[in-house]
Design a protein around this ligand. Structure first.
Ligand code: APR
Length: 258
């Protein structure tokens, strides 16, 4: 493992634009279960219907009522519970330090938990949104909720009168244009991507890896098990997310007092 961490540190020194892309595996050590893989909640409860956005659009009031009355799938209950008290782990703080010291230029996360922002990371693109934000479906205006989580359907957008929902992207919902553009710009600028804790199965987020590869970007995959991404990764590191980032921080800052 030490040798591999040393190799990653060397690639980071040599890279001009390194991007970290994370999935649910990054938050597992903060107590949030992943969806797929051996410890995934969908492995436990079965994969849900993939049409939550069309359900929402058909009847937004029922969507909110179901969440208030807890008439929702077991896996959503378990996920909501785990999100309530989740805090960044040491790996999030190490990643924040890598960004602060410009080893990492940006973080594209598929996670909606906001843990990267809580740890102090700045250039974070939340490609599937953030559970502590509302968003207008028409003009994309976003509202930060802080610790308050609405239980009733929010008022229509004060700017354009559009429907307002959680910022979290539902299955079947397009990723907001501004977010997709920002993510693609980061991929186009990258010469190194470190993919951590993702099964790389959900498009269009996962498609960014294949685009990057086709553009000559090197890909390092960090996961506890191999995935479809492993086939195009330049190398695979079998590690949990937290220890990977803590070891990498130690490797990069061992002889300095950054
Ligand atoms: N450290 C690193 N990787 C881990 C850890 C860990 N501690 N624990 C689990 N993993 C890996 C699993 O092996 C799996 O490959 O994290 C990956 C999680 O995969 P998914 O659960 O599919 O999560 P993700 O890739 O982020 O899913 C993408 O799908 O469900 C939707 O919108 C949801 O954003 C999510 C998207």
């Amino acid at each position: 493992m030490k040798k591999k961490i040393n190799q990653v540190a060397k690639l980071l020194f040599e890279s001009n634009y390194a991007v970290v892309m994370t999935g649910a595996g990054m938050s597992v050590e903060s107590g949030i279960p992943p969806f797929r893989g051996t410890t995934g909640i969908w492995t436990k409860y079965g994969q849900p219907k993939m049409d939550s956005f069309s359900d929402f659009k058909k009847n937004p009031t029922k969507w909110w009522d179901d969440r208030r009355n807890l008439t929702i799938d077991k896996h959503i209950m378990e996920l909501r519970e785990s999100l309530k008290n989740a805090k960044p782990h040491l790996g999030h703080y190490s990643l924040c330090k890598l960004e602060k010291n410009k080893y990492i230029k940006s973080i594209i996360t598929q996670n909606i938990d906001g843990l990267d922002l809580m740890a102090g990371s700045k250039n974070v693109i939340e490609i599937h949104g953030n559970r502590k934000r509302l968003r207008c479906l028409s003009c994309n205006k976003r509202i930060n909720l802080g610790e308050y989580l609405p239980v009733y359907a929010p008022e229509p957008c004060e700017i354009c009168g559009g429907t307002v929902k959680f910022d979290t992207v539902l299955f079947g919902e397009p990723i907001p244009k501004d977010i997709m553009e920002k993510s693609r710009q980061e991929i186009d600028k990258s010469d190194l991507i470190i993919a951590v804790g993702t099964s790389a199965t959900v498009r269009p987020a996962s498609g960014l890896f294949w685009i990057a590869k086709s553009q000559g970007t090197q890909i390092i995959e960090v996961n506890i098990e191999k995935t479809k991404l492993t086939t195009i990764s330049d190398f695979f590191i079998s590690s949990k997310a937290k220890s990977f980032f803590v070891d990498l921080e130690n490797e990069l800052f061992a002889n300095s007092n950054h």
